[in-house]
Design a protein around this ligand. Structure first.
Ligand code: NAD
Ligand code: ZN
Length: 388
């Protein structure tokens, strides 16, 4: 079958790879109908991890079941399903408590597993024609038959639950104000979630105008362009005070506003990053005793890695300011399974439709080109879905 295969930094290609097979009685195999490119893929794409060439990317997957393991009891051939990006067993202590992003069985030695992701276990990605879903009764969420809401349901694999998770980690309550750093697909879904949850005011910070326009069009958020001036000051001015809650939907790849201030047209450049900037800005933005959800990704420090790589996990937070303000922080992989059923039902009932975040639906052959554009955070390129 054809698949998107990592070749090395900034290089993916479409290759023929082995078709997945049932490996365990609890597996199913699906024909992929939609699979999305994620900001999380870019860490590997840019060569910032030690992903090996040959890895099939893709952790945001949905499709139709073609093969069913003999131990599977609730699914059958022909079922349309979406798989959380987390691979989870369903019965370890963390899964039992809903923390499916931290399953201790699927990937020994590392908290959590995912499809097509370095260090996240032996699970091939779904940017391909087919995918094996382990522990399928637990991991495959059934969808209505047909092809209605295809883009919206595809967002249930990751970014809609992940954006929701950001607001959960921040314990956002109706009527509270919130600042979200990052208007990538995850930040947009955090803003959308805040909207659904009844936030009183939502601020979303980024520099890509088309992304800020998009989130303003589809939610009640106010866009804040960090390129113009200090985003914290802009939010304090607009809101008249510090906000109740905050979300980091950027991660260590944060561009330092000072580095790009004089040139609005400057393209995305990793040399202009400051991995600690967003966390420190959030501490300044959120009121004392407020709460902050960090869903943007920070990579663990690898003792053997070169300094630049360690810098992606070991960063300088003003802990004194954090101490002064007594913030609570939550972070980590989103426990997609905790939310995807309810979010699916909001879509089915017409009360939510996250498909607005999708900017491109293309065939697998166009994946290399779309990786490049998404990686450059090109204007107008937000969420790219692939249709194998
Ligand atoms: P993305 O990486 O394109 O989004 C990041 C956005 O942040 C971009 O629009 C960028 O312009 C903006 N940005 C850069 N510097 C900034 C700054 N200083 N202030 C404000 N905004 C800034 O794509 P994405 O798919 O939205 O991913 C966002 C992050 O979420 C990534 O780190 C990704 O790995 C992570 N992620 C985490 C989970 C999880 O389970 N926790 C799931 C999915 C994605
Ligand atoms: Zn993702």
């Amino acid at each position: 079958m054809r698949a998107v295969v990592y070749q090395g930094p900034k290089d993916v290609s479409i290759e023929d790879v082995d078709e997945p097979e049932i490996q365990h009685p609890s597996d199913v195999v699906i024909d992929i109908t939609t699979t999305a490119i994620c900001g999380s893929d870019l860490h590997m794409y840019e060569g910032r991890t030690d992903a090996d060439p040959g890895l099939v990317f893709g952790h945001e997957n949905m499709g139709v079941i073609t093969e069913v393991g003999e131990g599977v009891s609730t699914l059958e051939e022909g079922d349309r399903v979406v798989a959380p990006f987390n691979v989870a067993c369903g019965f370890c202590r963390n899964c039992e408590n809903g923390y499916t992003g931290f399953c201790t069985n699927v990937n020994p030695g590392f908290a959590g597993g995912a499809y097509g992701y370095v260090a996240m276990g032996p699970y091939q990605g779904g940017q391909a024609e087919q995918l094996r879903i382990p522990y399928a009764d637990f991991n495959a969420l059934k969808l209505p038959e047909g092809d209605e809401h295809e883009d919206a349901f595809a967002m249930l694999a990751d970014i809609f639950p992940t954006g929701w998770h950001g607001t959960e980690l921040a314990n956002l309550q109706p009527g509270e104000s919130i600042a979200i750093y990052g208007a990538g697909p995850v930040g947009m879904m955090a803003a959308y979630s805040a909207d659904i949850k009844g936030a009183s005011e939502i601020y979303v910070v980024d520099r890509v105008e088309s992304r800020l326009d998009m989130v303003e069009e589809h939610t009640d958020a106010q866009g804040i362009n960090f390129q113009e001036s200090d985003p914290v000051e802009q939010i304090l001015d607009a809101h008249g005070d510090q906000v109740d809650k905050g979300v980091d939907a950027v991660g260590y790849q944060a561009i330092d506003p000072e580095e790009v201030r004089d040139n609005p047209d400057e393209p995305y450049d990793p040399a202009k990053e400051n991995p600690a900037i967003v966390l420190n800005q959030l501490v300044r933005t959120v009121r004392p005793t407020g709460q902050i959800g960090v869903v943007g990704l920070y990579l663990p420090v690898d003792p053997g890695a070169p300094d630049e790589m360690s810098a992606q996990g070991r960063i300088g937070i003003d802990f004194g300011k954090l101490f002064e303000k007594g913030h609570k922080f939550g972070t980590g992989q989103a426990n997609v399974k905790q939310y995807n059923r309810q979010l699916r039902d909001l879509i089915i009932e017409g009360r939510a439709d996250p498909s607005w975040v999708v900017s491109h639906r293309v065939g697998l052959d166009e994946a290399p080109e779309m990786y490049e554009k998404f990686d450059n955070r090109e204007e107008g390129v937000t969420k790219v879905v692939l249709e194998p």
